[in-house]
Design a protein around this ligand. Structure first.
Ligand SMILES: Nc1ncnc2c1ncn2[C@@H]1O[C@H](COP(=O)(O)OP(=O)(O)OP(=O)(O)O)[C@@H](O)[C@H]1O
Ligand SMILES: [Mg+2]
Length: 228
């Protein structure tokens, strides 16, 4: 359902993502592993259309290279940012209703329960008053409510306490059960266990793609296998 062909992204003249080929099937949770600075966020943002790139991206068999961010979003691709934005003045409940495909407070309540947010947060603004971890949970609830065909989750576990890992895993598995595909960027082994397949990105290149346990074990012992 998602295919990257020779994807290359440059920032300020420097190649950050280099000739990446990657397949994510429908209903698959694909884990993207890589040390800090290996290009994971850059890759995610290129798929969403935030950065220009060379190479090709196919979504459900269709070339989407010429599509803007919102056109990609309309096709069913969404990205949960590593550092979620603040929206001063916007209440959590309104943000979630806006995000939801099926707009009802019942759905919103179910989503916040799934990501472990207390009901009272619905009436707060998405600003400084929320902690980084709370904003990440709100963002995850929004992704769940969007019911996207492809969710790209950029370190949904970072800045969130360890007790929440199982909640985040549940959210991912719930998306999978709706036949959504998930590209999950993480550093956490626990989080990676929800994956079907995994890929190691190393200095912008794909080092290995394959069955999740095999790739995860390789990452543990050699996080950047291309490096000499
Ligand atoms: N505007 C820019 N100009 C030049 N280099 C940049 C720019 N933005 C990011 N980089 C570099 O690109 C590399 C990849 O960054 P990226 O954020 O994609 O990595 P990452 O794998 O997501 O890392 P992390 O695990 O820390 O989130 C880094 O070395 C970073 O310094
Ligand atoms: Mg990143």
């Amino acid at each position: 359902m998602l295919e990257l062909r020779n994807l290359t992204v440059k920032k300020d003249g420097k190649s950050i993502v280099k000739n990446v080929n990657l397949h994510v099937n429908r209903g698959e949770v694909h884990v993207l592993l890589g040390v800090n600075g290996s290009g994971k966020t850059t890759l995610a943002q290129a798929i969403m259309g935030i950065y220009p790139y060379k190479g090709n991206i196919f979504f459900e068999g269709k070339n989407i290279d010429s599509l803007s961010v919102w056109e990609r979003a309309r096709l069913g691709i969404t990205l949960a940012f590593q550092e979620p934005a603040r929206f001063e003045g916007l209440l959590v409940k309104d943000y979630l209703i806006l995000s939801a495909k099926e707009k009802s407070m019942e759905n919103v309540k179910l989503a916040i329960k799934t990501v472990g947010i207390p009901y009272s947060i619905l009436f707060e603004e998405i600003g400084e008053n929320l902690s980084g971890g709370e904003r990440k949970r709100v963002e995850l609830a929004a992704v769940l409510l969007m019911n996207p065909k492809l969710a790209i989750l950029d370190e949904p576990d970072s800045g969130v306490d360890i007790l929440s890992f199982s909640l985040i895993s549940d959210v991912i598995l719930r998306m999978k059960s709706h036949n959504s595909s998930v590209l999950l960027i993480t550093h956490s082994e626990d989080m990676a266990n929800v994956g079907d397949k995994a890929t190691i990105l190393c200095e912008g290149k794909v080092a290995i793609t394959g069955e999740r346990n095999k790739v995860k074990n390789m990452f543990k012992y050699s996080p950047c296998p291309l490096k000499r």
